[in-house]
Design a protein around this ligand. Structure first.
Ligand code: NAD
Length: 361
């Protein structure tokens, strides 16, 4: 199979971690008989330096012509980089907002996995962390409170601010379908999170999720109130498979779930539209403090590439091979500096890429 992939190396450690992801994908292609066809585009500070803008229309067209986009990270040191003296619409992050909009990416996926070998980094009590966890947070990305009408006005001499939370049934249905589809590729359990005891938008969310669930008889599902979910994530994260939720709840819960893994360099993510197309990137930023030093952890980006194979190309076996290589490399005691612990062997970013590529079977 030919895989047409647009890569955005970006800024900071971005080019280093994307290089390692390509190394691993090329090894997958060699072992499983595929052809990787990579095209790089500039985005963020790297594009500002060349074109004066964080993302050009040509770059968007290149991304659209691919089957999927694999990104490193964009942005610089927000206090010292000249990119942050530019007006907000010309700064690196504006490129990210522009590409998400242009590609109609409405579903955000963030896995939170506790690897046995990294359990020491988990801030939860051992009796909880020893059960391990492997969950996927599916967050609606383009609706809800962050995109509703808002205003600040003075009423009778008092300042008053209003934000609006709106969802229509179509927006809820398309994300719910994605959530159940993802559950079918995992442990077939969906926890739909809302605040239906208070909010109308949540009551509609619940109704639509129940309708969609009828088409997935193999998937078990439950509803959970968001406040309870926040508690359950630290009390017993092992109970979750797919957490399906709206924009703001997902924003908060996905950060909470990431924190309980304790390892920022291991966290992948994806943003999908209503076809198989997706943009895949690590959850962390461009780490300008360690850029160019060949010490960044490339695993989050490599796991994002694994998600790309699974969700955009339906290459589950190949994705499993990458996930297994990550587990094996940890078991074999190799660590980049950010996840280093006593008794392990410290390796560079490129050595980690080599070790993972060697373990693709
Ligand atoms: P960051 O995630 O880049 O870094 C936070 C800390 O984690 C730093 O100490 C960094 O060295 C470390 N770190 C991050 N990723 C690592 C990795 N793979 N291996 C080893 N250590 C790693 O967050 P920040 O410092 O707040 O942001 C830096 C820049 O990244 C900013 O310009 C910010 O806007 C941008 N950013 C971009 C994205 C994105 O492209 N989606 C996301 C978040 C932040």
């Amino acid at each position: 199979m030919e895989l047409k992939i647009t890569c955005i190396p970006g800024d900071g450690i971005g080019p280093e971690i994307v290089r390692e992801a390509k190394k691993v994908l090329n090894k997958v292609a060699e072992v499983y008989g595929h052809e990787m066809n990579f095209t790089d585009i500039l985005m963020g500070g790297a594009s500002i330096d060349v074109h004066g803008v964080p993302l050009t229309d040509e770059a968007i067209a290149t991304a659209k012509a691919a089957d999927a986009v694999l990104m490193g990270s964009i942005g610089g040191n927000t206090s010292t980089s000249p990119w942050y003296k530019l007006p907000p619409q010309n700064r690196p992050e504006a490129g990210l907002l522009k590409i998400r909009k242009a590609l109609n990416l409405f579903a955000n996926l963030r896995p939170a996995i506790l690897y046995e070998e990294l359990a020491g980094a988990c801030p939860l009590k051992e009796e909880i962390s020893s059960k391990g966890f492997d969950m996927m947070i599916m967050r609606e990305l383009t609706g809800g409170l962050y995109f509703g009408a808002r205003k600040t006005e003075e009423v009778d001499g008092v300042l008053k601010a209003t934000d609006t939370l709106t969802y229509d049934e179509n927006e809820i249905r398309r994300i719910a379908i994605k959530g159940f589809d993802i559950a079918m590729k995992r442990n077939k359990k969906v926890t739909s999170v809302d605040k239906a005891n208070v909010l109308d938008s949540s009551r509609l969310w619940r109704k639509v999720v129940e309708e969609v669930a009828k088409d997935y008889p193999e998937v078990s599902y439950e509803h959970m109130l968001v406040d309870n979910c926040a508690m359950q994530l630290v009390k017993d994260p092992s109970q979750f498979d797919v957490i399906l939720t709206e924009n703001m709840f997902g924003d908060i819960l996905s950060d909470e779930a990431s924190m309980v893994t304790g390892s920022i360099g291991m966290l992948a993510s994806a943003s999908l539209n209503d076809t198989k197309f997706g943009l895949y990137e690590p959850s962390h930023g461009s780490a300008p403090d360690i850029a160019g030093m060949n010490i960044a952890n490339p695993i989050a980006t490599i796991l994002s590439a694994s998600m790309m194979l699974r969700y955009s190309f339906d290459l589950d076996k190949e994705a499993d091979a990458i996930d297994a290589a990550v587990k094996q490399v940890l078991k074999d005691g190799f660590r980049t500096g950010d996840i280093m612990s006593e008794g392990c062997t410290k390796v560079s970013c490129s050595e980690m890429g080599d070790l993972l590529a060697e373990r693709i079977q």
